[in-house]
Design a protein around this ligand. Structure first.
Ligand SMILES: [Zn+2]
Length: 191
């Protein structure tokens, strides 16, 4: 898929909105992104995860791992396409860990998957889990890089879309100055 086609999938599914948005931080932005909106359509999930799977097709992989919740759909689909085992880490007492009897063997080759990377916190935690089991991270694949390439995991990494998040303080917002209606995503319009 070309970048334009990828972007079109996000727009068509309503995952990527353009306008004038009030973010949870209180700042204003001209873009809003909700990855779950695109992943609700299996055909889009399949197409986006194929980009990740294709990128790592020549990499030796035993297992795909993802952090819950966001990474589950992506990790499962990438693993399905590569025909590999899929496991996930989940939060217990605020810390990600392997539960449900999931284990990693020594030197097992592991691909880490995630939906959205902003600061990369969950992915870094999963990388630590892999390392602490003496297994090996061979790559990191995710759907959207909201850091616009700033987050570096120190392993081969791939995202289907890079985007920078530009946000403004209310008093400095150019969209407010243009009198464009302010919208709080996921709720009714606010004035
Ligand atoms: Zn504004």
């Amino acid at each position: 898929m070309t970048e334009a086609e990828t972007l079109n999938i996000f727009k068509k599914s309503g995952a990527l909105l353009t306008g004038h948005f009030l973010l949870t931080s209180g700042r204003h932005s001209d873009r809003y992104f909700q990855c779950a909106k695109v992943l609700q359509y299996p055909q889009y999930t399949e197409a986006l995860c194929k980009m990740i799977a294709d990128n790592f097709r020549k990499t030796e992989i035993d297992t795909v791992i993802a952090p819950a919740m966001g990474g589950l759909v992506v990790g499962q689909e990438v693993a399905r396409q590569l025909n590999k085992r899929f496991i996930f880490a989940e939060r217990e007492d605020k810390k990600l860990s392997l539960r449900r009897g999931f284990t990693l063997d020594e030197n097992e080759k592991v691909l880490v998957c995630e939906d959205v990377v902003t600061t990369g916190g969950s992915v870094f935690e999963v990388i630590d889990i892999v390392k602490s089991n003496n297994a090996r991270v061979v790559g990191v694949g995710f759907i959207v890089d909201r850091s616009n390439g700033k987050v570096d995991f120190n392993y081969p990494q791939f995202s289907t879309l890079r985007m920078g998040v530009v946000s403004y303080l209310r008093d400095e917002c150019p969209l407010c100055r243009e009198d464009i209606e302010l919208v709080k995503p996921g709720s009714r319009k606010v004035k």
